[in-house]
Write a protein that binds this ligand. Structure first.
Ligand code: CDP
Ligand code: CDP
Length: 226
């Protein structure tokens, strides 16, 4: 059976990773959460006091970074490692979340991550979620989805998720962060978040996780079997 590339882009917290993970599992494809790569770079920059506004510092720091997804045998999910360290537990807090869009707007950071992502997808059989997958990373992806949802619905879902992980935050803070990142991600100069012309729009506001997974699986299976 021929393998395809599924590019899943969209707004923050609308269910991209949850859906991509389930679709990849069902198709026996690789799942890559590219947001984790931008979060890991942000974690490295903050931990090593890299001045984001200094292009040379950024360039030198990127030369020191090696990113790798390592499969966790228990969860079956790839966890992001930076220079051999599993940073997955440190990249989803509010400190990283509130800075990641600034780091992701730096051209050198994007060039670095996009090259890695294109390498990961060269054999196809991959579901990649992010902001620029269908527009920049894989403009020829066989299936492109642009996912969105009402911002308050997204904030409520994300709050439940963060509380379950013991993160102390509020609905107001989560919603403000989501609005802010959507704005920064959609208006930046380098690879802004936008729907690819040939992407299918999926609004998850009123969908269950199973429904959103099913709808994308259906589209994927139609393409694979064609
Ligand atoms: O899970 P959530 O939607 O909150 O965010 P994420 O997918 O982990 O992405 C975190 C941030 O990384 C985004 O807000 C973007 O600034 C950036 N990002 C990007 O610029 N390009 C990508 N392909 C993926 C993420
Ligand atoms: O990757 P992205 O930031 O787009 O979203 P996510 O991390 O996959 O999903 C955000 C939260 O919404 C997770 O806790 C999901 O379980 C939850 N959720 C969902 O994705 N879809 C629904 N229909 C209901 C909840």
């Amino acid at each position: 059976m021929e393998k395809i590339i599924i590019a899943l882009d969209g707004h923050a917290g609308c269910g991209k990773s949850t859906t991509a993970k389930a679709v990849a599992k069902e198709l026996d494809y690789i799942f890559i959460d590219t947001g984790a790569m931008y979060r890991a770079v942000t974690y490295y920059f903050l931990s090593n006091n890299v001045d984001f506004s200094d292009a040379l510092e950024v360039e030198n720091a990127l030369k020191e970074i090696s990113l790798k997804f390592v499969l966790n045998p228990t969860s079956g999910i790839g966890e992001i490692h930076i220079n051999g360290e599993n940073v997955e537990p440190f990249i989803r807090n509010m400190e990283i979340t509130s800075r990641v869009s600034d780091v992701a707007s730096i051209k050198a950071v994007r060039v670095f991550n996009v090259a890695e992502q294109q390498e990961m997808g060269k054999e196809k059989g991959i579901v990649m979620d992010g902001r620029d997958i269908g527009t920049v990373v894989f403009p020829n992806a066989e299936l492109k989805i642009f996912m969105t949802a009402d911002v308050t619905v997204r904030a409520k879902r994300r709050l439940v998720e963060m509380e379950s992980k013991g993160v102390d935050t509020s609905l107001e803070d989560v919603e403000a962060d989501i609005r802010n990142r959507d704005h920064l991600d959609s208006t930046r100069k380098e690879s802004p978040l936008k729907k690819a012309d040939d992407a299918v729009v999926v609004d998850t506001s009123g969908l269950t996780i199973d429904q959103q997974v099913e709808s994308i699986l259906k589209l994927a299976k139609n393409i694979i079997s064609a």
